[in-house]
Design a protein around this ligand. Structure first.
Ligand SMILES: [Zn+2]
Length: 187
């Protein structure tokens, strides 16, 4: 089992759960990591979470230590998940929504996708169409940005948010079932 010495700053336990989905495994570089157990302890100024997790690809176990402020989720930008990882999470939930046969769960995934997209958008300065270099602090750095810069254009993300908003607003009972086309693609 590998123990991370580094303390990771999180805003909520929910954010820690999302982090496990995008953090590559130390051993095989794949993942995702799955939470096995968690321990909460009080520390000066907040709470420390020690999360034991297992890699779904190779079975390697690790312990991650997070700190967060007590008294509910903190607002502002994430210090745990970077802009590229929030977009990855957004697409992860859109894929789940599309493959999920149960409409109620599919609706939940769309709401999650929209949440992750909004988190990604928090990194964009008001006047800028692209995120600043400081928004790529994750393990992959700005590799994805260099490979696919167009994916990060704010106009594209706002258009995606508009479409997700329409889908989320429909609710599970009214959304169109049986359609298998990828509704977030442009055609
Ligand atoms: Zn692994």
């Amino acid at each position: 089992m590998s123990e991370q010495g580094q303390l990771l700053s999180s805003r909520s336990t929910q954010e820690e759960g999302l982090y496990l989905l995008v953090r590559p495994c130390d051993k095989c570089q794949a993942g995702p990591l799955e939470e096995i157990s968690r321990e909460e302890s009080q520390i000066p100024g907040g709470i420390q979470d020690r999360v034991k997790a297992r890699c779904n690809s190779c079975g390697q176990e690790c312990v991650l230590a997070f700190t967060r402020a007590s008294g509910g989720a903190r607002a502002g930008q994430s210090e745990l998940i970077d802009v590229a990882e929030w977009l990855e999470l957004c697409h992860h939930f859109m894929d789940l929504a599309q493959t999920n046969p149960q409409e109620e769960q599919s609706h939940e995934q769309i709401v999650s996708a929209r949440y992750c997209l909004n988190e990604a958008l928090k990194f964009y300065p008001e006047e800028s169409h692209l995120p600043p270099p400081s928004a790529f602090f994750g393990r992959l750095g700005d590799q994805r940005y260099k490979e696919h810069p167009a994916v990060f254009l704010k106009t594209k993300l706002l258009e995606l948010r508009r479409r997700l908003g329409v889908l989320a607003g429909k609710g599970p009972e009214q959304s169109n079932s049986g359609k298998k086309r990828k509704w977030w693609r442009t055609e």
